[in-house]
Design a protein around this ligand. Structure first.
Ligand SMILES: Cc1cc2nc3c(=O)[nH]c(=O)nc-3n(C[C@H](O)[C@H](O)[C@H](O)COP(=O)(O)O)c2cc1C
Length: 243
C-alpha cells in the first residue's frame, strides 16, 4: 500500500501534527506500507488564480510554475492521500487550503450527478485514492473538529472516493509537553496512533473502533486549560521582561 501525507503545518517537522503523523506512518510502515511525507511549508505553492486554463487550454495541467504540479502528481499512484493539518480558525491551515485548491486540474470540468442526485465534477482519472485526515487543535475538546468532519466528508464526495481515515486530536499542544506526569498518557496515545497506521496498511481503512478510541481525551479539559493559561502567562511575562 502506498500512502502520501501532505502536512500543512507551518511548523512542519516541529509541529504537533507531525508528532501524530510520525507515529501513524511508523505503524503503517511496520505493516509494509510505503509512506511519503510531504511538508507543504517547504515548498513553493502559489494560490490558484481561477483562470481555468487547467480545464481548457492545457487540460490536467496548471500553468503556474511552482512545486504544486509535481506534488499533485504524487497522488496519481497512491492508495491513500492523507491531509495532515493543524486546526486553524476551525478549518484546515491556509497552507493546506491553498494546496487543496491546486488539486483542481485533476477534475474534468463537466458536471454529472452522483448517486444521490447531487451535482459533481467528472473525475478525470480512473484510479481514485482513498482520503484521510489527521488533525490536532489547541483547544481540548473534540467538538472543535465539527467543520473538518463535514469538510472532509464533502471533499470525499467531490472526489467520489471513500473517507477512510479520520484522526482528530483536541488538546494537541499536550503532544509536545515535557511534563513527566504526561509521559505514560502520551506513550499510550502514540501506541494507538501506530496501531491505527498498521490497521490502515493492512485493511485500507481505519475501523470505527480504533477511530472511537482515538477520540478519547488525553488530558482532562480542566487540567489542560490550567496548563495552557500558565504557559501563556509565562510567555507574556518573558515578553514584558524582554522589553
Ligand atoms: C492562526 C492559528 C489559528 C488557530 N485556530 C485554532 C482554532 O480555531 N481552534 C483551536 O482549537 N486551535 C487553533 N489553533 C491552535 C493550533 O491548532 C494548535 O497550536 C496546534 O497544535 C498546531 O499544530 P502544529 O504544531 O502542527 O502546527 C490555531 C493556531 C493558529 C496559529
Amino acid at each position: 500500500m502506498k500512502i502520501v501525507v501532505f502536512n500543512g503545518s507551518p511548523r512542519a517537522e516541529d509541529g504537533n501534527t507531525h508528532r501524530m503523523v510520525r507515529e501513524f506512518a511508523a505503524g503503517a510502515e511496520e505493516a509494509g506500507a510505503e509512506v511519503e511525507n510531504v511538508f507543504l511549508a517547504h515548498h513553493e505553492i502559489r494560490p490558484c488564480t481561477g483562470c481555468f486554463a487547467c480545464w481548457t487550454r492545457t487540460p490536467g495541467t496548471c500553468r503556474l510554475e511552482d512545486d504544486a504540479p509535481e506534488l499533485v502528481r504524487k497522488t496519481l499512484d497512491v492508495d491513500l492521500v492523507v491531509y495532515a493539518t493543524p486546526l486553524y480558525v476551525d478549518n484546515v491551515s491556509g497552507l493546506t487550503k491553498v494546496f487543496m485548491d491546486r488539486m483542481i486540474p485533476l477534475a474534468d470540468p463537466h458536471f454529472e450527478f452522483d448517486a444521490s442526485g447531487e451535482t459533481v465534477h467528472v473525475v478525470r482519472r480512473q484510479r481514485r485514492p482513498r482520503l484521510g485526515v489527521i488533525s490536532n487543535c489547541g483547544f481540548p475538546e473534540q467538538s472543535h473538529f465539527q467543520v473538518l468532519r463535514l469538510l472532509f466528508r464533502r471533499i470525499a464526495r467531490n472526489l467520489q472516493t471513500e473517507l477512510a481515515v479520520e484522526i482528530y486530536r483536541g488538546g494537541g499542544e499536550a503532544l509536545n509537553s515535557r511534563n513527566p506526569l504526561l509521559k505514560p498518557t502520551l506513550a499510550k496515545y502514540n501506541r494507538l496512533l501506530r496501531t491505527a497506521g498498521r490497521e490502515v496498511a493492512e485493511t485500507g481503512r481505519l475501523s470505527e473502533d480504533t477511530t472511537a478510541r482515538l477520540e478519547a481525551p488525553i488530558v482532562p479539559a480542566g487540567l489542560y486549560v490550567k496548563g495552557a493559561n500558565r504557559h501563556w502567562d509565562r510567555a507574556l511575562n518573558r515578553t514584558e521582561s524582554d522589553g
